[in-house]
Ligand binder design. Structure first.
Ligand code: XIL
Length: 375
């Protein structure tokens, strides 16, 4: 009798273990591993990557990139001055490596950027003849978009064509080619790579006047018969602005154009802004001072909390409109890499991203994870 009871207990115990263990394994297997997994049903989670990250010499960043992000944008190496440094010289080495990395990790690959007045090669600025300028413009787009056709998923075709009041920026492209340069850029890009998604990308696109200008610009492109798949709102933001209401209004208005909305260069500065500086015009620079660099050693807990809360508010809004948003890309993998350590004041210590200088997740990361996987 005793032996029978023991046997029965053993049978029941092994049945219980057998019943439980697959569940444990199963739940471990399906547990999401990174930000891109948490948000897999919602939108791509991307990062802008620098040279060391493309070359994988920064092994900690390489690990984060692999685990946490499913889209990549080149922070600099595809900009005109690097990829097309002379009229007949193209430097594709780093861009090829960037594409190979993206393909090997099955990431959504964004090209940044074909037409931009900043980080332009000096030879372009010295072209005197307008016809030669136009031909160089065409060649630039055809060669680069053509080379990566079928490999790259999307292009920031034109970057930052607008002034703050919504009028067209008097860039070298506007001066030499007139307003038509915009539709020409989109048509050339579509011709060189018919399958890539094509975007207009800019900063301060949530502010009323500039937003109206961007909407007019995109409508004009659509009327001109251009394929415009989306708008890239750069999202170089601060703890205070833009407001969630402004961002929401922008998502609704851009998406009403029938295009995808993306947040393409997200970072949240926690440092004082010099004077009334807004936006991300990279030519602006300001002298440093201790007042402007308040956290050279570490971020105080209160500010860490405020940053996390700001990211929470932003992502709650993104989730509310996930049907309209296709990608959220951080402008860098971790704080140490951020351009905001050097702009608009050189040599500051900023903390704008969700991974810190030691490649560790910050409070903001935890909150963004809990939004999707409540613990
Ligand atoms: C920045 C890079 O992060 C810096 O490394 C570089 O020195 C200047 O450009 N808007 C854009 C990005 O579209 O290409 C800029 O990137 C940041 C502002």
């Amino acid at each position: 009798m005793k032996a029978q009871t023991t046997l029965l207990l053993m049978v029941l115990l092994s049945a219980w273990i057998a019943g439980c263990s697959p569940k444990v394994t199963e739940s471990r297997e399906v547990l999401p591993q990174g930000m891109d997994d948490f948000y897999a049903e919602d939108f791509h989670i991307g990062a802008a990557i620098n040279r060391a990250q493309i070359l994988q010499t920064d092994s900690m960043a390489a690990q984060l990139l692999k685990q946490e992000f499913n889209s990549i944008t080149p922070e600099n190496i595809m900009k005109w001055m690097y990829i097309h440094p002379g009229p007949d010289s193209f430097n594709f080495d780093m861009a090829d490596r960037f594409i190979n990395l993206g393909e090997s990790q099955d990431k959504f690959i964004v090209g940044h950027t074909l037409v931009w007045h900043s980080q332009l090669a000096p030879w372009v600025e010295s072209i005197i003849d307008d016809k030669i300028f136009e031909a160089s413009f065409d060649t630039h787009i055809q060669e680069i978009a053509g080379r990566y056709a079928g490999k790259i998923d999307a292009w920031d075709v034109v970057n930052e064509a607008l002034n703050e009041d919504g009028s067209l920026r008097k860039s070298i492209f506007l001066e030499k080619m007139g307003e038509d340069y915009l539709s020409r850029a989109f048509k050339q890009a579509a011709g060189a790579d018919p399958n890539a998604e094509l975007y207009y990308n800019d900063y301060n696109l949530c502010q009323e006047k500039k937003r109206a200008g961007a909407i007019a610009l995109i409508k004009q492109l659509q009327e001109d018969g251009c394929k415009v798949d989306g708008v890239g709102i750069q999202a170089h933001w601060s703890l205070l602005g833009p407001s969630i209401e402004e961002i929401e209004e922008s998502i609704l208005e851009y998406s009403a154009l029938g295009i995808k909305v993306m947040f393409t260069e997200l970072d949240v500065t926690v440092l004082p802004n010099p004077w009334d500086l807004q936006g991300a015009e990279v030519s602006q620079n300001y002298e440093g001072s201790p007042f402007m660099n308040p956290y050279p050693e570490a971020l105080p807990d209160s500010v860490q909390e405020a940053l996390a809360k700001r990211y929470e508010d932003i992502f709650m809004l993104f989730l509310k409109h996930k049907d309209k948003i296709s990608r959220v890309t951080f402008w860098g993998v971790h704080d140490g890499q951020s351009w905001l350590n050097g702009w608009p004041i050189k040599g500051r210590t900023n903390y704008p991203l969700i991974f810190d200088r030691n490649y560790q997740p910050k409070k903001a990361y935890e909150i963004l994870r809990i939004l999707k996987i409540p613990s």
